[in-house]
Design a protein around this ligand. Structure first.
Ligand code: 5GP
Length: 185
């Protein structure tokens, strides 16, 4: 496979470039500026959702120009499937105290909204001072849960995507741009 091509074939699927790395960089910087402004003097905790959000997380927080802390959660993933199983379980809990703190969940992609709904309930139980969500990608047409996304990088069509942290059977997270499946969802 050619990691620099605009079209890539993996496991019988053909993926085309949907969002170029330069566009991701530009938008991530904009989000960082906006969040830094909104949270000035508030010492927020950014909560990364493993594994998919690690690359976006690392780029986003390097665009944050105020004091902040970080922690990570891990939820059960789709496994090798391309569609949600409709169930989510906690694989790694937070290590920080969130009571009375400003919490920002950092997601790679919101699809049905199940994961965000689950995390919002989980975190709310610990009485944060505020709770907001930033996601790089949002498949708006696929979202079924009543959730609020406070910062969205890009709205994308309901297609399976890989790259920039997003996997296909655990691979291709290291692609620098985001690619969408052309044949099938
Ligand atoms: P949700 O709970 O909103 O249905 O799905 C959120 C999670 O599903 C994401 O954090 C991600 O792990 C996974 N996911 C949803 N859509 C895609 C996709 O198009 N590609 C990949 N690789 N993962 C996805």
């Amino acid at each position: 496979m050619n990691y620099n091509s605009d079209i890539i074939s993996v496991n019988g699927g053909v993926f085309e470039k949907l969002i170029d790395e330069k566009e991701i960089e530009r938008r991530t910087s904009e989000l960082g500026v906006q969040i830094s402004k909104d949270y000035e003097g508030k010492l927020p905790i950014f909560i990364g959702v493993l594994n998919g959000s690690v690359i976006f997380f690392a780029d986003l927080i390097r665009n944050i120009s105020i004091d902040c802390e970080v922690d990570f959660l891990k939820l059960s993933s789709y496994g090798d499937a391309k569609i949600s199983s409709g169930k989510v379980t906690l694989l790694k809990d937070l290590n920080c105290q969130i009571e009375n703190r400003h919490i920002i969940i950092v997601e790679d992609i919101v699809d049905t909204g199940l994961s965000i709904d689950y995390m919002e309930k989980l975190i709310s139980e610990h009485k944060p001072k505020s709770l907001k969500v930033v996601t790089l990608l949002h498949k708006a047409e696929a979202t079924k849960y009543q959730i609020t996304l406070d910062y969205v990088g890009f709205k994308i069509p309901n297609r399976f995507v890989i790259g920039y942290g997003l996997d296909h059977s655990q691979k291709y997270r290291n692609l620098r741009s985001i690619y969408a499946l052309t044949n099938g969802k």
